[in-house]
Design a protein around this ligand. Structure first.
Ligand SMILES: Nc1ncnc2c1ncn2[C@@H]1O[C@H](COP(=O)(O)OP(=O)(O)OP(=O)(O)O)[C@@H](O)[C@H]1O
Ligand SMILES: [Mg+2]
Length: 491
């Protein structure tokens, strides 16, 4: 139905997508897999009319198509759910969902009632219970993602390109999306899908194409592949152990949180993290995990309770306070709180640690440049150079840049909120190794992750939050997924 014929895409003289051919068929889910920066999003954006190919062309329903803009593609019947969410914060959910496609009433005016009803219906298809009159800016990342999906579904397109649609979603929302995709397939819609979650691919895909370094490695029916073969195609080698051996914690308590409260998000939260220890905060979406770590980092201070670092009481009202005290954090929402879009990769990395490169009142450019080079190398950040705008990097590489920034401030307590979201399997293994290495060097790590295998394999102890309170503190070595979930579920 939609065919890519020898599509090539260059950026600044660099070919990021070598001539690639692919076809999307009606009623089929075609997964696009590959490491960070492999070219998945680029290929989708060419198909969606956002980028013009530098060579090759697109064939749509048997005819050559020349999409000059995403609007052209959308009119032709091709919709895309973008990896980097692009909501308009001051519009309502309903306005975002129907953007550019508003139901009109008399005199060509927007029919607000119909708009709300349409949004409600589409959100219903995703089993999302959300008031369509809410402003986008009040939504969580997960809710924003649901809205973006609803928006694409509402276009009644014949092809839907989904670029990591589940990155921020909880299991429940993922299940609802999968049911919606099932209905799309039944209607004969062609779906292209990217994800870094291995289990999803095999639950969803009919065929799988793998990209590596901008080249198509191959396309195969999902039934002919298994996870290890797929990973080998993606990374070009067999990946031995994803999870490294855990470090041994010391007896010294580095962080002690007592009775931390900010109603209604969380109350009376107490836990400790020792040097050399990885403690995970587990819980369902909305259990208060992100809110608690936000308090520790001064983003949204608690109203009562105490935080002690190395035995001393600590007041953190701003992230600057936290950084000065030796706390670093990598955030869940890289767009909202993490990255500065106008700056290059290099400056984004050194931003929080500029004082380290000071030479009198000025920043010493040579030292800064050296730190950037080291950071980009240590984290294998794929970019044309330190000056490349951070927004041009692939999603996973943006995440790695945030980690590099955090560690450059040399924190003693490192808070990682969903650190591997959108990160490919090879880079995940690198980040896991890094976490244990940090622990081994005497740092303390506080991890928030929705991926239970990650929590169970990385953490020493698991603090389970349920509706804002600590439901249990578990020893990771002797617990399992079911136990964690049982404590996390509201009773
Ligand atoms: N607008 C742009 N300008 C310059 N380079 C770009 C631009 N967009 C993407 N690139 C580069 O193209 C390469 C492929 O990026 P792409 O976003 O397609 O990767 P991806 O496979 O989607 O990765 P991820 O899994 O991290 O999302 C990357 O090296 C990226 O830096
Ligand atoms: Mg991408």
């Amino acid at each position: 139905m939609l065919r890519a014929l020898e599509l090539r895409k260059d950026f600044g003289g660099l070919t990021v997508l070598h001539p690639t051919s692919l076809d999307l068929r009606p009623g089929e889910v075609h997964a696009l897999m590959g490491e960070n920066g492999a070219g998945k999003s680029t290929l989708m954006k060419v198909l969606a009319g956002l980028y013009r190919p530098d060579a090759g062309h697109i064939e749509w329903r048997g005819r050559r198509a020349d999409f000059g803009s995403p609007h052209d593609a959308l009119v032709a019947g091709i919709a895309m759910i973008h990896q980097e969410l692009m909501p308009i914060p001051d519009l309502t959910v309903a306005e975002n969902i129907t953007l550019g496609d508003e139901p009109c009433g008399r005199f060509g005016r927007i029919d607000r009632g119909a708009q709300l009803a349409r949004a409600k219906e589409l959100l219903g298809e995703l089993e999302a219970d959300m008031d369509p009159a809410r402003l986008m800016r009040t939504l969580t990342v997960a809710q924003t993602q649901v809205v973006e999906i609803a928006k694409a579904l509402g276009r009644k397109a014949d092809v839907v390109l989904m670029d990591e649609p589940t990155a921020a979603l909880s299991d429940h929302e993922v299940a609802a999306l999968f049911r919606a995709i099932g209905r799309l397939k039944a209607r004969g819609v062609a779906v292209a899908y990217t994800t870094h979650k291995m289990d999803e691919v095999f639950r969803l895909a009919d065929r799988i194409s793998v990209l590596r370094d901008g080249r198509l490695v191959g396309t195969a029916p999902a039934s002919e592949l298994n996870p290890s073969r797929l990973i080998a195609m993606m990374v070009g080698r067999e990946l031995a152990d994803v999870f490294p051996v855990r470090a041994t914690p010391s007896a010294e308590v580095l962080l002690e949180v007592t009775g931390l409260t900010r109603e209604p998000a969380y109350r009376d939260v107490s836990f400790q993290v020792k040097r050399g220890e990885v403690v995970a905060l587990a819980g369902l979406m909305g259990a208060g995990r992100t809110e608690v770590v936000s308090a520790l980092y001064g983003l949204q201070p608690a109203t009562s309770g105490t935080i002690r670092l190395k035995g001393r009481p600590l007041r953190v009202s701003t992230p600057q306070d936290a950084i000065a005290a030796g706390i670093g954090m990598v955030n869940e929402d890289r767009k909202g709180l993490g990255l500065i879009p106008a700056l290059g990769v290099g400056q984004n990395i050194t931003l929080a640690a500029l004082r380290r490169f000071a030479n009198g009142p000025m920043v010493d450019p040579a030292t800064e440049a050296a730190a950037v080079t080291a950071g980009m190398k240590d984290f294998a950040i794929k970019a044309s150079g330190p000056g490349q705008p951070i927004t041009q990097l692939s999603g996973g590489n943006q995440q790695k840049a945030l980690l590099a920034r955090c560690l450059l401030t040399d924190p003693e307590l490192i808070i990682l909120d969903e650190p591997t979201r959108g990160i490919d399997i090879g880079a995940k293994a690198e980040i896991y190794a890094l976490i244990q290495q940090l622990a081994r060097s005497g740092k303390a790590v506080l991890l928030v992750s929705s991926e239970l295998p990650e929590v169970l394999s990385l953490a020493h102890r698991i603090v389970v939050l349920r509706r804002g309170t600590v439901a249990a503190t578990l020893d990771a070595a002797t617990t399992d997924q079911e136990t964690v979930l049982r404590h996390a579920m509201p009773s």
